[in-house]
Design a protein around this ligand. Structure first.
Ligand SMILES: Nc1ncnc2c1ncn2[C@@H]1O[C@H](COP(=O)(O)OP(=O)(O)OP(=O)(O)O)[C@@H](O)[C@H]1O
Length: 298
């Protein structure tokens, strides 16, 4: 559905945010994982036709996204990382107004759509309050409501769960899952669990490049038998990092638990563990895997 080829972007300050991004995204939920500064938002803004690329191609179906943005805009739902300023009018009026801007000109139909979306996003009871007074989770659900206006075929959500409490995050996940299988949903995030829970396909982005892509289970398979765990003193961390390819270090109940990547038994008191997607993510962004180890994109 969505094909990205050789997408490159350097900002005027010299930062190369996108460095030859190649990606095919099919129907359903697609997770784009990456650390801060990886280039996720730059990619999302480019796909949402809000900024130009220096080089590369993007097609959605048979539409050339970069050359003819208008037809894509009509099929696009976008929830940016920072939804920005909320005017102090009620959610229902604001949603109605955005619906007009999106071209829903028939008042009766528009009312039905707006009411349906407020119910779907569980905001019906607070529809008369201004989104400016909403909690973070309610704002994100409002953001999804506006993104779903006009029946989009391409939905882009940029770091939607940052700052949400676990209950709101769950609610947001359920909402995203319900959006359906007949649209392309790209979820950009640095939260590994969001992708593990929700996405059929995914990619890991680092330093403007796609370092890994595939199905979450396929990616975990790549590191099967190669992740090793050890409990150490905090003071031993530097030494272990120098001698092993430590992918993560975490304080668990006062103890430092490290996980390292190694093709074979690293000895030194490490024990094998069942890998998870977080291991894949850290091993990728630390450069232990990636490039030719990539799983085939689905
Ligand atoms: N408008 C801009 N002008 C100059 N540099 C920018 C601009 N937007 C982003 N950058 C830089 O481009 C790089 C990629 O940023 P981007 O926001 O795309 O990454 P990200 O993966 O979305 O990170 P985050 O999770 O922090 O938003 C960063 O080094 C960032 O500082």
């Amino acid at each position: 559905m969505l094909k990205i080829k050789g997408l490159t972007k350097t900002y005027p300050n010299g930062v190369k945010a996108l460095d030859g991004v190649d990606l095919d995204v099919g129907l359903g939920m697609f997770g784009l994982l990456g650390p801060n500064g990886a280039g996720k938002s730059s990619l999302m803004r480019t796909l949402a036709t809000l900024q130009d690329a220096d080089r590369g191609e993007v097609t959605f179906g048979d539409i050339d996204v970069l050359k003819t943005p208008d037809p894509v805009r009509r099929q696009l739902g976008y929830l940016p990382q920072d939804f920005g300023v909320y005017p102090r009018i009620s959610a229902i009026k604001l949603l109605d107004h955005i619906a007009v801007l999106k071209g829903l000109s028939n008042a009766k139909e528009r009312k039905e759509v707006v009411h349906e979306l407020l119910r779907q996003t569980n905001l019906w009871d607070v529809r008369k309050k201004a989104p400016a007074t909403y909690s973070g989770g309610m704002r994100q659900r409002f953001g999804i409501a506006q993104a779903l206006l006009g029946d989009p075929k391409l939905i882009i959500v940029d770091e939607p769960t940052a700052g949400l409490d676990p209950e709101e995050r769950n609610r947001f996940h359920n909402l995203l899952s319900e959006i359906g299988e007949n649209v392309v949903v790209i979820l950009s995030t640095h939260i590994v669990e969001d992708v593990a829970d929700l996405c059929r396909d995914m990619a890991i982005m680092n330093q403007g490049r796609i370092a890994m892509k595939g199905k979450p289970s396929e990616l975990v398979e790549i590191v099967q038998g190669k992740i090793w765990r050890k409990v150490i003193e905090k003071s031993q961390l530097d030494d272990h990092q120098a001698r092993h390819q430590v992918v993560s270090a975490r304080l668990v109940q006062g103890q430092t638990v490290i996980r390292a990547y190694s093709d074979g038994d690293p000895g030194d008191g490490f024990e094998p563990v069942e890998p998870n997607l977080e291991d894949v993510y850290f091993a990728t962004i630390r450069g232990a895997i990636g490039g030719q180890n990539q799983a085939k994109a689905a």
